[in-house]
Design a protein around this ligand. Structure first.
Ligand SMILES: Nc1ncnc2c1ncn2[C@@H]1O[C@H](COP(=O)(O)OP(=O)(O)OP(=O)(O)O)[C@@H](O)[C@H]1O
Length: 644
């Protein structure tokens, strides 16, 4: 793939063009349909023969009429060829459109499979809307490659060659004149086409940004309305739409140049043929029938040229889109790394292992490590990858500029993270225990859970799971041991049961009801006669914030993992909900290991161990009373929350 080259945008600013694909990268998509395309090619040959026969028959009809020779079945033969070539062209177009749709479908399938398997860092670094637009919009442009680009390519090439040969036989001089006129116009068109390609790459990139902008605005519509930032957001999103429009206008301008050039070429060629040809008929160099046949061949020659010129825009747009599709397809997948591959016998696929029961750990290589801690951090240091940090900073800068405009506090946005997020963190979560991570915002608590789940691997030090380095375990096997409830856990559109069965698709309704009651969500069942089949609405809008978090806990619980990782919601829960959350945590802590990030100390004061973090370091660990006595930061936190 060629590297992105900058192009000039409005007001002379340099607009990054984004990736561009080459024809070679289109091939795999086309080869998937090689049989159909072969049928299309055969039909093209037949169609071209039927088309090329027509001017010859017309010439013959004229000669016979001139010489008063009976026409016989000649006219019927001519009609037969016209009908045959129409039928062939109809069937061929159907096949091409079907294949075009199939190419869009297969590119979507590949993208979906790729995107959902990308490493978590890619999602941290990319904008969701842009990924969505690659699946939705960019893929549709591939359709044009077949329906307009390669439509009838073989037939057109044959018609072109056949027409040129026939014209050379009829009058070589006239042919040379036409080649000069048409060749000059073609050279200009090819030059213009590179500009179409760069403009369409910019256009697709802007459409991607547009989708991200709309997604962000729609996703935070409440905040935007409440902040009075609606107009500002409309302006920001519209600006991207305007940039896409500007690129579209550039394409239109260049395409518009192409049409008159083609028109002029045809007019000039016709004038040359009629002028020079007429003179040659008058001088007896050729007869009238030959001139008429020549003119019909000229029109046949124009048709493939015109469709090739018309295809230039759509094929160039498709190559721009394919560049963006290919960029995602070329991203590395989340893999287990060399260490797991080295320990897995060749050919063996690592399967997620059934969660081991509490107190019965199974290591990656099958040996039992009954005395090992469920989780142990040993001198773990971690820094987010550069591309993730840069992307977050860019997003934060954008958000800051929007908020600053409406005079909102920007303090909550992620600070610069060009530093180590964890700096030598060590702690142990014994099996069956309940351990809490506490500390100020940005201390690195959520990052610790990301390392346990292997969304990222430590930059230095190690994370041991049941006594084995997490990097020596396959991610699937590792994740099957944990139930993970992320902060402000998202609720999926669908029913309560859909949400619960995400990790345990075969769970019965009775199991679903059991876990719902375990997390104090029994009343949600009573609220709606549909019970577990009650819809939760887009983003769970039909549930309160506290209920959404407890639904996520119920989901984790249903999979019965030996270890539960819980990143408590930061949103303030009211007294009743907080009490319910405490009860839910108590219920899930029974019989399993629990590592919980607590924002309200009241939910964790009775933990077996509390680890206090500050600026990526452990500044104290112990029970609540030990920490109140030993760790000033903890004492302050506890004081603020009226716990001492
Ligand atoms: N995906 C990410 N990419 C880059 N930096 C990140 C990412 N996630 C978190 N950070 C940064 O890492 C640091 C630690 O963040 P983390 O979310 O782990 O803290 P936390 O203690 O869980 O905070 P909170 O209590 O606010 O959730 C912060 O400076 C944060 O901005």
């Amino acid at each position: 793939m060629s590297s992105p080259a900058p192009a000039r945008g409005r007001r002379g600013r340099r607009v990054p063009e984004g990736p561009r694909a080459s024809f070679r990268q289109l091939l795999p998509f086309l080869l998937e349909h090689k049989r159909t395309l072969a049928v299309v090619a055969v039909l093209s040959v037949l169609g071209a023969a039927a088309t090329l026969a027509q001017p010859l028959l017309v010439g013959e009809v004229i000669s016979r009429v001139q010489n008063a020779v009976p026409l016989g079945a000649l006219v019927w033969l001519l009609v037969g060829f016209v009908v045959l070539s129409s039928i062939i062209s109809g069937f061929q177009h159907y096949l091409l459109q079907r294949t075009g749709t199939a190419v869009v479908y297969s590119s979507r399938k590949r993208l979906i499979a790729r995107i959902l398997r990308l490493p978590v860092s890619e999602f941290d670094a990319r904008r969701t809307g842009d990924l969505v637009s690659r699946v939705g919009t960019d893929t549709t442009l591939l359709y044009a490659v077949l329906t307009q680009g390669f439509a009838d390519a073989v037939g057109n090439a044959l018609i072109l060659i056949g027409a040129v040969i026939a014209m050379a036989f009829i009058d070589p001089l006239l042919l040379v004149l036409i080649i000069v006129v048409v060749g000059a116009s073609l050279a200009v068109v090819v030059l213009l086409s590179t500009r179409i390609r760069s403009a369409s790459a910019v256009q697709q990139a802007k459409v991607g940004e547009l989708s991200s902008g709309v997604e962000r605005a729609v996703g935070s519509i409440r905040t935007i309305r409440a902040a009075g930032a609606t107009e500002r957001e409309i302006a920001a999103v519209t600006e991207t739409a305007t940039a896409a429009y500007a690129a579209g206008v550039r394409i239109a301008r260049v395409s518009a140049l192409i049409v008159p050039i083609a028109f002029v070429a045809l007019q000039v060629s016709l004038l040359v043929v009629l002028g020079v040809g007429g003179y040659r008929v008058a001088s007896g160099a050729i007869d009238v029938a030959s001139l008429v046949t020549f003119v019909i061949f000229l029109f046949l020659l124009v048709q493939p040229l015109a469709s090739a010129i018309g295809a230039i825009t759509s094929v160039n747009q498709a190559l721009g889109a394919l560049g963006r599709i290919q960029e995602v397809l070329d991203l590395p997948l989340e893999d287990d790394g060399d260490r797991v591959r080295a320990s897995t016998p060749a050919g063996a696929v690592s399967q997620p292992q059934a969660p081991a029961a509490t107190g019965d750990a199974v290591t990656a290589r099958g040996s039992r490590a009954t005395d090992a801690a469920a989780i142990e951090f040993r001198q773990v240091r971690f820094r987010y990858p550069d591309h993730v940090v840069k992307a977050r900073e860019a997003a934060a800068k954008e958000a800051r500029s929007v908020l600053a405009d409406v005079h909102l506090d920007t303090g909550e946005l992620p600070a610069e993270t060009d530093h180590e997020v964890l700096r030598g963190v060590s702690f142990t979560v014994p099996r069956g225990s309940r351990v809490a991570l506490v500390g100020p915002s940005g201390a690195g608590k959520s990052t610790i859970l990301s390392l346990v789940e292997r969304f990222y691997d430590p930059t230095d030090g190690s994370v041991l799971i049941d006594g084995v380095d997490a990097r020596d375990r396959s991610r699937d096997e590792l994740r099957a041991r944990f139930g993970y409830v992320e902060q402000d856990a998202p609720t999926l559109a669908g029913t309560i049961a859909d949400n619960l069965r995400l990790a345990s698709p075969t769970a019965s309704d009775a199991d679903c009801e059991r876990v719902l009651r375990a997390v104090n969500l029994g009343d949600v069942l009573e609220r709606n006669p549909l019970g577990v089949d009650a819809p939760v609405g887009e983003d769970g809008v039909m549930l309160s914030g506290g209920e959404r978090q407890r639904l996520a806990i119920a989901r984790a619980l249903l999979a019965a993992p030996p270890v539960l990782l819980l990143d408590e919601s930061t949103s303030s829960l009211d007294g009743v909900n907080e009490q319910r959350m405490r009860e839910a945590i108590d219920a899930v802590a029974t019989d399993r290991t629990l590592l919980v990030i607590a924002h309200r100390l009241s939910t964790v004061v009775d933990s077996d161990l509390i680890v206090v973090l500050q600026d990526g370091r452990v500044v104290g660990q112990g029970t609540h009373s030990e920490l109140v006595a030993s760790t000033p930061l903890y004492r302050d936190l506890a004081k603020h929350q009226l716990l001492v």
